[in-house]
Write a protein that binds this ligand. Sequence first.
Ligand code: AMP
Ligand code: ZN
Ligand code: FE
Ligand code: FE
Length: 281
Amino acid sequence: MAEVDLHLHTTVSDGRLTPQELVDLLARRGVRIAAITDHDITDGLEPAWEAAQACPELTIIPGVELSTDIPGNEIHILGYYIDYKDLELQASLAHFRLSRVDRAQQMVGRLVELGMPVEWDRVQQIAGEGAIGRPHIARALVEKGHVATLHEAFDLYLSRNGPAYVEREKQSPVDAVQLVVQARGVPVLAHPGQIDELDDILITLKQSGLEGMEVHYAEYDTELIQRLEATAQRHNLLPCGGTDYHANGSPGEAVPGDLGPPPEVAERLMSLASQRGGSHH
Ligand code: AMP
Ligand code: ZN
Ligand code: FE
Ligand code: FE
């Protein structure tokens, strides 16, 4: 059992549990320190803190996940203890969310051309009020019977090199790290397992303030975790991680409490955060 999970999504982006439901699950599973890291949005934090008042043993860390495209791949940056009330941060996030709508609409257009039509209204309905993303389109594809599973929707159409994929508005990984730093948060590289030339990227991002990288990640086997642990150590980065839980219900989906970094990592993350003056609550 793991007591720390630093990567979690809710219905305010593409997760399927509300912040309240997620907090209940975390408490049931014995998680003590958890970060809510929705894509381009922090609206899940306050309801989560409110729900967590009933769970004194559970601490919720404010977080966010930012996505960037690089040639042939994508890089996600997690920001912990960001000052989520910072107006510039919120303006940037609002801008990213708007461009998500445009991008999702373009992907729906591609699917129509590919003969796998889904209705834009339905995709928006599935996304609700939060940050729209590919998983919402994937669910519409499943609903229509074009694919059997979310996984298949990504494999056949929506993955970075899939025929329906549309790139995001240009933002580099360095831009994302800088945005977190400007909001007084602690930037961490998400799920780096598939990144080529990882060492070069880490050197560049460290110059902008990167403090950690995910090592303990749900989809990674022991061998990869060991390799990433060594990489983190080599670059003097905190070995973070979590389940990246979306409550998709996919077979084999890891649940909070299944894995995560050791408590010591969360403590070091918190002490880095106090040096930066971001938000705890
Ligand atoms: P977006 O933010 O629109 O680019 O969508 C990214 C999200 O899609 C990720 O955070 C995951 O939740 C989901 N995702 C990406 N690749 C896959 C995959 N192969 N299978 C299932 N979900 C995926
Ligand atoms: Zn997601
Ligand atoms: Fe991610
Ligand atoms: Fe994520």
